[in-house]
Each structure stands twice: as C-alpha cells, then as structure tokens.
Design a binder for this molecule. Structure first.
Ligand code: SF4
Length: 301
C-alpha cells in the first residue's frame, strides 16, 4: 500500500515525507525524490489503518525522506495516532537532521515535549541517527543528541560505508569511539545498495569487511556494537567473516522466516559489491526465495 512497507513481521515503515534536510549524493533512495515517485504518502490514514489491523506490528519506523523535516504539528498528529494503537510499542525516527540541523530539536520546546510525552518507560521512541563521519559530530550535534536523550529518546547510529568518506578503519574507529562516549551506540554499518549513479561510492564487500574489522580492533566493546550488513531485498544479511577462499554471511533479519538466522558461504570475490554478484559454495549459500519455499516446503534451519 502507498506509504507503507511491511518490512518484517513486527516492523512497518511509514513513508510519511519525501523531503530531507539535504540530499546526500550517495543516497539509495533517490527514486523517492523524483517527481513521479508514488511510494511516499503524505496522507497516512491508510497506513495507520493497516498498522491498526495488524496486531503483530510492534515497531513502526517513520521515514521517507526525513520525518524531522515535518512540522511539529504534523509530527504530533502522527505520533499521537500511533500511540493510540495499543500494539505499537516502538516508534523509530529515521533521521539525518541531528547531523544536518541539530537546532531542529534544540530550538523547538514543543517537539521536545512531544518526544518526552510519547517516549515512555514502557514504550520508547528511538532515533535512528545517521552520522557518516566523526567530523559531523560537532558540538552542536552532540548537544542535539543529548537533547533527544534528555527527552527520553534512545538514539542509535546507522550509516552506509561510502568510498572517499568513511572507507577507512581509523575514520570509523574515531566515529564509533565518539558515539560511544556520548551514549549513541553504533547500530549498523550498511553496505551501499546498488543504485544508479552511486558507483563512485561503492566499496567491495571484502574491503568493507577489512575496514570494519580494522575499526573494531581500535575501540572498546561498547563502541563496536555495530553490525556490517547488506540491506538486501530478502532481508538484512550480516557480513560475518572473510578468509582466503570464502565470504561468510548470515541473515540477521529475513523476510522469509525460512531464511532467519541462515548461515551462508560464498566463494571469495574481492570485486563484488552485493550478494547477487557472489557465487554460493554448493549447498551452503543462496537465500530461499518465496517461490522455492512453497515448492520444497523448507522450514527454518
Ligand atoms: S538524509 Fe538519508 S534519505 Fe535523505 S538524502 Fe540523505 S541518505 Fe537519502
């Protein structure tokens, strides 16, 4: 349905806005900003109805675009409506505004009050922040993140691995260290999704794994809680290892329950950027796609 993506059984994305604080050149969602985009819906009535009638949905991610670009009055309508649905426990705000414009929250007492009211001890609001580089963690940005925390929101950070921006162990280590100091756990490092025009920013999987592991070696346990993952059409696939011959992957989240937790082994390919470019080792790789499940009736492994 327009404006809604039922990503995993418990998680729904509400695409409630098609504007960001700035347009990142490496964005994989560029299509949403085109004039003929019909994935985002500014009217979320149908989306709310969908969530209301699906009691398994406990997590709702407000995204788009950037939800914190919306006016506070509009955010109040959306968040209040979501809080009236008893099975919605977690509301996530996917936003790069804390990096682009920390004053969006710092200068808006009404928004602070809204977050305080609806991020309760039983049902939290999470901020899925997006910092790519330690230089973005300016004093104002750190103050802004503290303001989220002070108002009951739990922030985490997720960002893509971008060639020429953060594709260096020292850069990632510095960012992870700083994030851990200010109470923002690194959550995901995403492999860049294949997107038209994004080739200059692509980092091959093997090199990405080496960069990520190199960063983790330099930081404390609290600073290395991120997972290096591909947000593939079949689910979130963690890149868990690389050796001389193989690349080891595991489903962290899977659209198909039969894939949940599935461990996969692929032949090492130092030029590959994405799962679909890898060749599975016989019998040890390849996701189970929906039609195959129906055919073979496979259960979870
Ligand atoms: S803030 Fe996020 S969604 Fe918006 S342009 Fe940048 S990467 Fe894309």
């Amino acid at each position: 349905m327009k404006g809604v993506q039922h990503k995993y059984p418990h998680t729904v994305l509400l695409l409630c806005n098609e504007v960001c604080g700035a347009y990142c050149r490496y964005c994989f969602r560029k299509r949403l900003f085109m004039n003929d985009n019909d994935e985002v819906s500014l009217d979320i009535t149908e989306g709310l109805d969908y969530i209301r009638t699906h009691p398994q949905v406990t997590n709702v991610l407000l995204t788009g675009g950037d939800p914190l670009i919306l006016g506070t009055r509009r955010l109040t309508q959306i968040i209040t409506a979501l809080r009236e649905i008893p099975h919605v426990q977690i509301i996530r705000l996917g936003s790069k505004m804390p990096a682009f414009n920390p004053w969006r929250l710092l200068d808006d007492p009404e928004l602070q009050a809204l977050l305080r009211q609806h991020s309760t001890i039983q049902k939290r609001i999470y901020l899925m922040a997006h910092f790519d580089h330690p230089r973005e963690l300016t004093d104002a940005a750190v103050e802004g993140l503290e303001c989220f925390i002070r108002n009951g929101v739990i922030p985490v950070n997720q960002c893509p691995l971008i060639k020429g921006v953060n594709d260096h162990s020292d850069v990632l280590a510095e960012m992870y260290r700083k994030l851990s100091f200010i109470g923002v756990p690194p959550y995901y490092l995403f492999q860049g999704r294949p997107t038209a025009g994004n080739e200059p920013y692509e980092v091959p999987i093997v090199r990405g794994y080496q960069i990520f592991e190199g960063a983790k070696k330099q930081v404390s346990g609290l600073a290395k809680r991120a997972r290096y993952a591909m947000s593939h059409e079949t689910g979130k696939i963690e890149i868990v290892g690389v050796d001389m011959k193989h690349i080891y992957l595991r489903y962290h989240r899977a659209k198909n329950p039969a894939d949940e937790g599935r461990f996969m082994v692929y032949h090492r390919n130092d030029d590959a950027y994405w799962l679909d470019q890898l060749v599975p080792v016989d019998g040890l790789g390849a996701p189970i796609f929906e039609h195959e499940v129906e055919t073979v009736g496979a259960g979870p492994e």
